[in-house]
Design a protein around this ligand. Structure first.
Ligand SMILES: Nc1ncnc2c1ncn2[C@@H]1O[C@H](COP(=O)(O)OP(=O)(O)OP(=O)(O)O)[C@@H](O)[C@H]1O
Ligand SMILES: O=P(O)(O)OC[C@H]1O[C@H](OP(=O)(O)OP(=O)(O)O)[C@H](O)[C@@H]1O
Ligand SMILES: [Mg+2]
Length: 285
């Protein structure tokens, strides 16, 4: 049975379970449940703290998992990013009392509080900055007010937590993060495991493609097909079917969701009519 790690709570948990459900896997109905067997699909899910997931995957206890790129990096675990998943996006910044610090050079000799010691220390080492890093579990923003740190380094999404604490970022983002699918780099597995893993990855891929593409259908005169299919070539190749109306065809093609409205305008200008856009719920390419 394939053993899959899923965030049990926090910023990544709901969207992770959504992807897995859309991929046809059973998901827990009770958020207190920590494991779940989907016997029909040969998968066992383990709901774990996202921070621990890279460790379980790296040491082979679990086969594949979902976590944040920042947490993977922070863990230093020998797990590899297989695919970004398009949710849980965040950036990672140093921050201090608004207006007090301006650049990374200001970090020398300061006390930095963070839950991401691995990421922060690696950055300081790389830039030759000598500062003291203190690990806190969360709510790091308050550590400055409490006098235990001069600056913090933390995840920033909307920035509202920092603003409310009277803090502001300075310097560049240390890393851009999002939820990622992770696995082991040295994939030595039984044939059965490798097959199950391939199916799992293909299913997740299918959900992500279905989310980022839509189906476009239109009718067009045969003389204008070449121009229209050049504007929307699809992934493989558009499907072209004859219409009862002499000299006209129906075209069906997958197009990226982003820019689909603009493409409809363009196809219309090229002579397409009856242009329809529909959702794709799942696919295997
Ligand atoms: N607004 C956000 N707050 C926190 N993490 C976020 C946010 N948006 C995206 N993330 C990502 O979610 C992951 C952190 O997940 P989570 O919030 O579950 O961890 P945690 O802070 O250790 O747990 P918790 O807050 O439940 O104690 C990281 O990959 C982070 O980049
Ligand atoms: O930029 P924002 O949209 O405000 O989001 C970022 C904040 O959210 C996270 O905290 P979380 O709620 O996970 O609490 P924690 O610090 O205890 O982990 C993170 O640590 C920041 O504090
Ligand atoms: Mg958190």
């Amino acid at each position: 049975m394939l053993r899959v790690a899923v965030p049990n709570k926090g910023a990544l948990s709901v969207a992770s379970a959504e992807i897995l459900s859309e991929a046809g896997y059973k998901q827990r109905s009770d958020s207190k449940k920590l494991t779940l067997v989907d016997a029909e699909n040969g998968v066992e899910f383990f709901y774990l703290r996202p921070r621990d997931i890279a460790l379980y995957v790296a040491d082979g206890t679990l086969d594949i998992g979902i976590t944040g790129r920042d947490l993977l990096r922070d863990s230093g675990a020998n797990a590899t990013e297989l695919r970004p998943l398009g949710f849980g996006r965040s950036r990672f910044f140093f921050a201090g009392p608004a207006g007090r610090y301006a650049s990374l050079a200001d970090l020398h000799g300061l006390r930095i509080a963070t839950s991401y010691v691995g990421v922060v220390q690696a950055y300081l080492d790389e830039h030759g900055i000598d500062a003291t890093v203190t690990r806190l579990d969360g709510a790091v923003e308050t550590s400055i007010q409490l006098g235990v740190a001069d600056v913090i380094a933390d995840v920033v999404e909307t920035g509202s937590t920092l603003r409310q604490a009277g803090l502001a970022t300075f310097g560049e983002s240390l890393l851009d993060s999002e939820a990622v699918l992770i696995g082991r780099p040295d994939d030595e597995r039984t044939v059965e495991q490798a097959g199950a893993l391939r199916v799992f990855r293909r299913r997740v891929e299918g959900v992500l493609v279905a989310r980022s593409y839509v189906m476009m259908d239109y009718d067009i005169a045969e003389t204008d097909v070449a121009a229209a299919t050049a504007a929307a070539p699809g992934i493989e190749s558009p499907t072209i079917s004859p219409l009862q109306r002499e000299g006209w065809v129906a075209v069906r093609v997958m197009v990226p969701r982003a820019g689909a409205q603009r493409l409809m305008d363009e196809l219309y200008d090229l002579g397409a009519r009856g242009i329809l856009m529909t959702e794709i719920h799942a696919c295997r390419l």
